[in-house]
Design a protein around this ligand. Structure first.
Ligand SMILES: NC(=O)c1ccc[n+]([C@@H]2O[C@H](COP(=O)([O-])OP(=O)(O)OC[C@H]3O[C@@H](n4cnc5c(N)ncnc54)[C@H](OP(=O)(O)O)[C@@H]3O)[C@@H](O)[C@H]2O)c1
Length: 254
């Protein structure tokens, strides 16, 4: 397998880091010199990673091409590149749909995938649309693959995946609050990281019960958890959260 990455930013580098922790056999990974510092770091760390300056050169030398560029860059450069009909393309671009990707690349062997940065530790869901053997064989080594045939439905996962930063901000806010109350920074960071890891692991183990039960089971009547939940509900926190998902859905559904 020879992989080529157009765009060596956050998500491309997370995938490459995950690949070298996995059992996936790759002969070579070609990456673009953009972003230069990320590309240099990857090429220095892994002998099989080679930097090529020219995007077309990356495409020509690779069997699977991964598009790790932003939508604006994609709209600007994809139609100028030539993707031979035997090339397989996996697009990570959030807001260019399959029909437009096919039009821009003039290639039908194209699927969309939504890996997330924890792919770096071979964790997390990866939605592939439509189902595709090549993409599945690659990503099954790097996380939990979910194949979705309907593109409109698959877009809904982009909306829920976009809560990453908001989620980490809860960890950041909680940690800063502890520090302001006099807790040592390392202790605060350790506590919050372990707290959220344990809650997430428990949720994974109990997912078949449904999360509503976890919400109920986490509250003692008139207890502290009940108070926190009620205060946040009263402040319309979850209403606003749902609204944000709706607004992102509008953006990714265009
Ligand atoms: N980050 C995530 O969690 C995530 C998850 C799933 C999907 N995605 C999607 O993946 C795409 C990339 O996201 P990202 O977070 O990795 O963004 P990013 O870190 O900004 O990476 C984009 C990369 O594209 C490079 N680039 C710009 N112009 C280029 C060109 N003409 N040729 C080749 N490369 C070029 C940039 O290089 P310079 O820095 O030199 O401009 C940068 O390295 C987006 O469409 C995003 O929606 C992201």
């Amino acid at each position: 397998m020879i992989l080529g990455f157009i765009g060596t930013g956050k998500i491309s580098s997370s995938i490459i880091l995950g690949i070298f922790k996995s059992k996936l056999k790759v002969r070579r990974i070609y990456i673009s010199s953009r972003n230069r510092s990320i590309a240099k770091k990857l090429a220095n760390e892994f002998g099989r990673v080679k930097i090529l300056k020219d995007n077309q050169d990356i495409i020509n030398k690779s069997s699977i091409i991964i598009l790790g560029i932003t939508p604006n860059v994609g709209r600007k450069i994809l139609s100028k590149l030539k993707f031979a009909s035997n090339k397989k393309i996996i697009s990570l671009i959030s807001t260019i749909n399959l029909a437009n990707l096919k039009r821009l690349t003039k290639n039908k062997n194209i699927v969309r995938a939504t890996p997330l940065p924890p792919i770096e530790i071979k964790k997390g869901p990866i939605v592939i649309c439509p189902p595709n053997k090549t993409a599945k064989n690659l990503f099954k080594h790097l996380g939990e693959v979910l194949e979705i045939r309907n593109e409109k439905l698959s877009n809904k996962f982009w909306s829920t995946a976009s809560i990453m930063a908001a989620y980490y901000e809860i960890l950041n806010t909680s940690t800063n609050w502890l520090i302001r109350k006099g807790i040592n920074k390392n202790l605060a960071q350790n506590y919050i990281a372990e707290l959220f890891l344990s809650l997430s692991q428990d949720a994974v183990n109990k997912r078949s019960q449904g999360f509503k039960k976890l919400v109920a089971d986490s509250q003692t009547p008139k207890g502290l958890n009940m108070q926190a939940l009620q205060e946040l509900k009263k402040a319309k926190f979850y209403y606003k959260f749902t609204k944000a998902l709706d607004n992102i859905n509008k953006r990714v559904s265009k």
